[in-house]
Design a protein around this ligand. Structure first.
Ligand SMILES: Nc1ncnc2c1ncn2[C@@H]1O[C@H](COP(=O)(O)OP(=O)(O)OP(=O)(O)O)[C@@H](O)[C@H]1O
Length: 737
């Protein structure tokens, strides 16, 4: 290394960073030099200008040569010439262990000024050990120059943009992996990032205002914002954040509605009867604190009404300020309706629409419409008595009069005077609207006519005629298996005391002569055992559907898990119904995990008939798209009192007319359907119009225990505020015990 063509600039430090810096520097200095025709940066030397045969030595300790170089540009011969050997160089390097040096900082100064000057470069990365030691100084330097710095293990990075805490590309220990994240998650992350950017902009806007001359105490708040953004935002900042979020929600809503898919969905939604009442409903809700809505099956009350509120709030630029809760009596309906509404809004679940049921839910920071079970809202009300932040509460399927719904009404009625801005909307398919309206001081009532595709109802006499099935006293014994024999015997044993409905059913049967039916059907009807569920009859009806009817799924309403599992076992042993290539047999019961319950919404493979065995949990609010046939056994498990054992128990009882209509309504929601009621029409006519509220059929002692566990004060006082309270004397008797 004794002669060079051109300038040789050499230094005794072996850092490649020196040389890259030198090369950058020289490139800069010589950019206007027309004589320059070679420019090369190698490991230890930099050669410049082939026409000059001089070698210049760079002093090793620092970058003061910078000035010399500048001078050299003007007076090329003034720099010192020096020759050196490789060995010498190595020695020099080993004898001077890397230390925090002024040279290093000078070098960084230069690197950073180059970085700032060069528009294309975003960052400087250095793996130099020495940089790590000087990191604090480099960091201060970067900050002074308006740059960001971070150290990742052994690597120092200075950047024009803020740096993350972790850089996978600079992590030698863990190789980079490509991770595919679901689109919904990606959208959520994007949403959160956007929100963060909005908030940062707002804060910086606010900081600018403060710097313009307002007080400084808010500055402290701003500094802490990153730790827990919302808790440190004062009212006005929060208002601005929400305004921005509302605007974004409006843009997104409009974009979806204008898209081809959104347009198609909107057209469908406009075809539902609820749409015609939209304006009237919105006005009524705006003007009254409580509104009672009765909407017949399929009119769109569950999926549309809460959505109308959300949409109109978003459209008026107040989307982020509203928070709507819609209760459902069951987990599966909360989940299914939330999924449907999210689809109708062109969003993944958990965006503006979410759901929450016991132990699970999908809900994001931007969720403004939440479907939950009545139990979840009741629990929340007990810890948050004012329902702070909630603007609208929808209580759906109120006609079912479950215990939670009745309790909810008591607590909400108590809350309304304290929250005059809160809106309460009671909804039901078949509702005794006057009763609810008078409970809430004459709240306005709105009725929406129903919409279903035509559903043909076949009662027992019709289906015996169609199928030719013969009922005998032997083929109506439901097979619960050996270990459950006691239940069958108990069921078949004559009841000492008939309840009202059983007596009505018997009367109706005695009065009917089924004249217009064949002798075979009449004989069958004479043998009909009303106390049985009729597993064999169900099997015959399912066979008839599979063999003779058009394609479409079948939904069979049973009373509980016991019937469902025993019938499933029986059907699985059947040559046709148990053939998995021809029948997909599914079950749905309250004790199943939600993920298992969700399977009922999945489509069966082609040419395979889906049969779903479900309890009355599939009776309201849910739409199984491919259901064409409904089989209704006419019974449901109800809480009753077992006097013999002095305990409350769940026993199969006749359903109400309202329930039968709801069951029928599960067919015909997206196409015409058929409903097979496994009881005669005269029995249907003898059913009670509505079911007795759970509050009135639950034994008082267990009711009182429930109230105690809710910690809502005196039992008697609480129950006296109910829509239909139990006898006060009986209540005081039990609560005193
Ligand atoms: N998951 C779904 N897939 C396809 N269409 C659906 C779905 N959910 C609802 N729909 C359609 O929207 C209509 C209205 O459904 P919605 O649940 O709002 O009715 P509803 O008035 O609450 O009736 P119900 O009380 O009987 O459930 C249905 O009749 C059906 O046509």
């Amino acid at each position: 290394m004794h002669s060079r063509v051109g300038f040789l600039l050499a230094c005794t430090k072996r850092r490649s960073s020196y040389f890259s810096t030198c090369s950058a520097l020289l490139s800069n200095l010589f950019s206007s030099n027309s004589n320059r025709n070679i420019f090369a940066a190698c490991q230890r030397q930099i050669l410049i200008g082939s026409d000059v045969s001089k070698v210049y030595y760079l002093p090793d300790s620092n970058f003061r040569w910078l000035g010399q170089l500048r001078g050299f540009c003007r007076y090329p011969a003034t720099a010192a010439l020096e020759q050196f050997s490789d060995d010498e160089y190595e020695c020099d390097y080993e004898n001077h262990p890397a230390s925090s040096s002024v040279a290093n900082i000078d070098e960084w100064k230069w690197k950073l000024s180059l970085l700032l000057r060069n528009k294309k470069d975003r960052e400087v990365v250095s793996r130099d050990k020495r940089d790590r030691r000087d990191y604090e100084q480099i960091c201060n330097l970067a900050k002074r120059m308006g740059l960001y710095s971070e150290i990742y293990g052994k690597v120092v990075v200075v950047s024009k943009v803020p740096l993350p805490n972790y850089r996978p590309d600079l992590d030698d220990k863990r190789p980079q992996r490509e991770v595919v994240i679901p689109l919904s998650l990606q959208r959520r992350v994007e949403g959160l990032l956007q929100e963060h950017i909005d908030r940062t902009q707002l804060i910086s806007g606010k900081a600018e205002n403060i710097l313009d001359g307002t007080n400084s105490s808010d500055m402290v708040e701003d500094a802490n914002l990153d730790e827990n953004p919302d808790s440190f935002l004062d009212g006005s900042v929060m208002e601005k954040v929400l305004q921005r979020r509302s605007l974004r929600m409006r843009n997104m809503q409009r974009a979806w509605q204008e898209s081809p898919d959104g347009n198609k969905m909107l057209e469908f939604r406009k075809s539902l009867p609820a749409f015609k009442e939209k304006e009237r409903l919105l006005q009524a809700i705006a003007r009254n604190q409580v509104v009672v809505i009765s909407g017949e099956t399929g009119c769109g009350k569950t999926t549309q009404l809460p959505q109308y509120i959300l949409e109109s709030e978003i459209e008026s630029g107040r989307g982020a300020f509203c928070s709507i809760i819609c209760t459902q009596p069951r987990r599966i309906s909360a989940l299914a309706v939330a999924e449907r509404v999210a689809t109708e809004r062109g969003e993944p679940l958990g965006d503006s629409v979410g759901y929450k049921v016991r132990l699970e839910g999908v809900k994001g920071k931007n969720t403004h419409l939440l479907f939950c079970t009545s139990g979840i809202l009741l629990r929340r009300l007990l810890s948050d008595r004012n329902l702070d932040g909630i603007t609208h509460v929808f209580v759906d399927e109120i006609h079912e009069r479950g215990m939670n719904e009745d309790f909810l009404l008591i607590v909400l009625k108590d809350l309304l005077p304290r929250r005059p801005d809160l809106r309460l909307i009671l909804m039901s398919a078949t509702l005794n609207a006057e009763l609810f309206s008078s409970y809430f001081g004459g709240a306005p009532m709105i009725h929406i006519p129903g919409f279903t595709y035509p559903v043909r109802a076949h009662f027992l006499e019709d289906l015996l005629e169609i199928t030719g099935y013969k009922l005998t006293s032997f083929n109506q014994i439901d097979d619960y298996g050996q270990e459950k024999m006691w239940k069958t015997q108990k069921q078949l044993a004559p009841r000492k005391k008939k309840n009202q409905i059983t007596a009505l059913v018997e009367d109706a049967l005695n009065k009917s002569n089924f004249e217009s039916y064949s002798a075979r059907a009449r004989d069958s009807l004479a043998c009909w055992a009303p106390d049985c569920i009729g597993f064999n009859l169900i099997e015959a009806v399912l066979c008839h559907i599979c063999r003779k009817e058009r394609p479409g799924a079948v939904l069979v309403f049973m009373t509980g898990w016991e019937d469902i599992s025993c019938l499933r076992d029986q059907l699985k042993a059947h040559p046709l119904l148990g053939d998995p290539n021809r029948v997909l047999l599914l079950t749905c019961h309250g004790s199943m995990a939600t993920s298992e319950q969700k399977l009922i919404f999945e489509k069966a493979p082609q040419n395979v008939r889906k049969i779903v065995l479900a309890t009355n949990m599939a009776e309201a609010s849910i739409t199984i798209n491919d259901v064409v046939f409904v089989v209704d056994c006419g019974k449901a498990k109800e809480t009753t009192y077992d006097a013999l054992n002095n305990t409350p128990c769940l026993l199969p009882s006749w359903i109400s007319q309202a329930s039968a209509r709801q069951r029928r309504g599960r067919a015909g929601r997206v196409q015409p359907g058929e409903c097979y009621h496994l009881y005669p029409r005269c029995v249907y006519e003898a059913f009670a119009e509505y079911q007795l509220p759970e509050l009135l059929r639950t034994p008082l002692n267990s009711l009182c225990l429930q109230i105690k566990s809710l910690q809502v004060g005196s039992i008697a006082e609480f129950l006296s505020a109910a829509l239909q309270p139990p006898e006060s004397l009986a209540v005081s008797g039990v609560s005193l015990c």
